[in-house]
Design a protein around this ligand. Structure first.
Ligand code: ADP
Ligand code: ZN
Length: 708
């Protein structure tokens, strides 16, 4: 037997593993020690074969198997293989997300010394104590040193002597710690008939299911039921959420479902050590449910029965570092490899999932009504171009009135802010002039992409520009964005409503789960009237007393030349409508400069399905994902422009040679100055093109989310 071993050492050129002669005990995923040059290094088995393709007489042998139990299961190894092929990385890079940092022996259970019966007969013994100890060990499969010492008072001297005489033999074993929970279920959910029907649809289909449920329909209860199903079958589940710190309330929900000891919560704030401990605990089998953000998909869960992605449309499921995987795609492969069920849940499915549901690859399960048939909120659109603000920008009179009404009735409001506050002008501190759009001569406003990179937007023309390094009027470098930041909005609210109890929720006030908990309980216990938060923080909250949700400026991204921009705005606006009226009738206000945008209209009428179908038609017509595949080559080397243009030309040549329908573009990236360029290819089948291209010094992003 031969095996392919990916070693923990990062030497170049062996990222896909080396061949060794096997010990005969390894399986896929086993951790081993192997010789590499003049050292012994750790490795993991990623392939096993009977025969060697070419005979290699210098073939070295695996030195040692670290643990009888493999570190990763064969389905996990197969999924890593898929990742390395699909996302074009080495196997070591793909495995990197599945394993804690080496040495891997650290994550194995500790070794325990123990004894078995030896080859020599007992009657060679004289001493009474020796005989007692030897008799205790004889006939047992294996006894730990601890046990013989406790049971019959064996001293280390006696044990050493018996070993020397061959009456007993020493054997080290890995401690078995699997504290499996016979019945980890605390309390089953009580489903409504609509939820019950949805669960039945999911249960009886073997395809991945897309649970398309309006906001407030109780998707969480459905997840809980499926997790309970899985645990009852003696299997385990993974629940992925877009961002773990924002998921406090749903973690509470699962702690009511399962015993706390049977749950592992993985998040980015864990120390490396805590992460390793959780990894060990999960691998030992003690955990029935792993909850976490995208990387929790790679937890060492055996007997995986179910993977759930909550809010499957969220962009945080895409990893923007090598390996640049998408958790949804990868989950689909892992589920298939492990025979596990896959459930994707969303009120605004991604176009990718929607297309698959439409063509029958996914089982589409609808949950069209809110829990207890609560009506969807009414939505008002305020055209900001019509409003004379005076000093009150960005509060329009209808919004001020609506907030005032809530205060009078003792109900609550949630206000969505853009990521870092409201559109502001770019002001030169030297000449005191604002940076204006050349076309309209109106001041640009400063915006931020989801990655926090700033850009300029002229709302009247939709023209976009980079943030200049110097003032176009006086060349000073002292440019500053001024306008309504979160703090300014907060101050304005205080003057408008002096008696209102206000909470601000953004990344700074909510560094951790505790901050989130505090805010949630203040709102639930009515110790606050208004929650002012950045969009990413407040979009998922379940607060029953909120009857007004408003977005102060809903233009973010609408004008960016990005084929997913509209989808994203639509998702955000629908999340906004999801915050209001969850337990009593509610209202939503959308303030925007673009009242006629299809995203704004569809979200205001709760026409998600129509929006998705229309958008899908546009993608098909324009040959954009999901109607085509897309690959992005990012060039960041010295002389990026020249290199990118060469790659562009090579790609064009490859397209001709392969008679491909692919389209290719080259440009500097929007935010990379001129130092970063990219080549974007899209078409029905791109893989055949790749073998014509030299991609050594290029970052390959398969199915990119970021295309600007
Ligand atoms: P979604 O995630 O679909 O927006 P949630 O799962 O947050 O909706 O549910 C909305 C609200 O309705 C929550 O407060 C939840 O506790 C409640 N709810 C939903 N289904 C049930 C149920 N079967 N029994 C009790 N409460 C439910
Ligand atoms: Zn100036």
């Amino acid at each position: 037997m031969y095996c392919t071993v990916v070693t923990s050492s990062r030497s170049a050129g062996i990222g896909n593993g080396l061949t060794y002669e096997s010990l005969g005990q390894e399986t896929l995923g086993s951790a081993v020690r192997v010789p590499l040059r003049n050292r012994i290094v750790e490795g993991i088995i990623v392939g096993l074969k009977e025969e060697q393709a070419q005979k290699d007489y210098d073939l070295r042998k695996v030195q040692e198997l670290l643990d009888e139990k493999p570190l990763l299961t064969s389905s996990q190894i197969a999924t890593a293989q898929w990742m390395s092929q699909y996302y074009m990385t080495t196997m070591r890079q793909a495995l990197g997300v599945w394993l804690p940092p080496p040495p891997w022996s650290r994550v194995l259970p500790k070794e325990t010394i123990g004894y078995k019966q030896g080859t020599a007969p007992l009657d060679i013994l004289r001493g009474k104590r020796q005989i007692i100890v030897a008799e205790y060990v004889t006939g047992k499969e294996w006894v730990s040193q601890d046990e013989v010492q406790r049971a019959v008072g064996a001293t280390t001297d006696i044990l050493r002597l018996l070993k020397k005489k061959g009456v007993i033999s020493e054997e080290r074993r890995r401690e078995v710690r699997a504290q499996e929970w016979k019945d980890p279920i605390n309390e089953l959910p009580k489903l409504t008939p609509a939820q019950e029907a949805a669960v039945e649809f999911i249960r009886k289909d073997t395809r991945p299911s897309l649970l398309f449920g309006v906001t407030g329909s109780g998707k969480t209860e459905i997840y809980a039921q499926l997790i309970a199903d899985t645990v009852r079958e003696g299997k385990r589940a993974i629940l992925l959420v877009p961002e773990i710190l924002l998921t406090e309330h749903s973690i509470d929900r699962f702690e009511r479902l399962l015993k706390r000891e049977a749950i592992a919560v993985i998040h980015s704030k864990l120390t490396e050590r805590a992460r390793r401990e959780e990894w060990k605990r999960i691998r030992s089998g003690a955990v029935s449910l792993v909850i976490g953000s995208r990387s929790a998909l790679f937890a060492p869960v055996r007997d995986l029965g179910c993977i759930i992605l909550d809010e499957e449309h969220e962009w945080t499921y895409k990893n923007e570092q090598t390996p640049r995987y998408h958790a949804r795609e990868t989950a689909e492969v892992l589920a298939r490899n492990s025979g596990a069920r896959l459930l994707l849940g969303s009120a605004t499915p991604s176009l990718e999932s929607w297309a698959r549901a439409k063509n029958g690859m996914y089982n589409l399960v609808r949950l069209p009504v809110r829990f207890q048939e609560q009506p969807m909120p009414t939505v008002r659109i305020v055209d900001l171009a019509d409003v004379k603000f005076g000093k009150l920008y960005p509060f329009s009179p209808p919004l001020i009135e609506a907030i005032g009404e809530r205060l009078k009735k003792g109900e609550q409001s949630v206000l969505f802010l853009n990521r870092r506050g409201i559109a502001s002008a770019l002001l030169c501190l030297k000449c005191r002039r604002r940076v204006v759009c050349k076309e309209s001569e109106l001041p640009f406003t400063v915006h931020h992409t989801s990655n926090g990179r700033p850009y300029l937007l002229d709302h009247s023309t939709g023209i976009i520009a980079e943030v200049p390094a110097t003032c176009p009027h006086c060349q000073s470098t002292e440019l500053k964005a001024v306008g309504a930041g979160t703090q300014k909005v907060e101050a304005l609210l205080k003057t408008l409503f002096p008696s209102a109890r206000l909470i601000r929720a953004d990344r700074d006030t909510m560094q951790d789960a505790l901050g989130m908990r505090r805010i949630l309980s203040a709102m639930r216990e009515r110790r606050a009237d208004i929650l002012l938060g950045t969009q990413s923080v407040v979009k998922g909250l379940d607060l029953p007393q909120v009857t007004l949700a408003a977005v102060l400026l809903a233009d973010l991204g609408l004008s960016l030349p990005h084929f997913r921009a509209g989808e994203r705005v639509f998702q955000l606006l629908t999340q906004l409508t999801g915050r209001s009226g969850r337990a009593m009738p509610g209202e939503v206000i959308i303030q925007t400069f673009r009242p006629d945008a299809p995203e704004v209209l569809a979200a205001s009428m709760h026409e998600t399905e129509k929006y998705l179908n229309d958008e899908l038609k546009l993608r098909i017509y324009g040959e954009y994902p999901p109607a085509a595949t897309m690959i992005r080559f990012i060039v960041k080397v010295e002389g990026a422009e020249k290199r990118a243009k060469k790659l562009f030309a090579d790609t064009q040549k490859a397209i001709m040679e392969e008679r491909s329908d692919a389209k290719v573009y080259v440009s500097p990236t929007f935010f990379g100055g001129n130092r970063e360029w990219h080549v974007l290819v899209r078409g029905s089948s791109l893989r055949p093109l790749l073998r014509h291209l030299d991609l050594q010094d290029v970052t390959v992003d398969v199915d990119p989310m970021e295309t600007l």
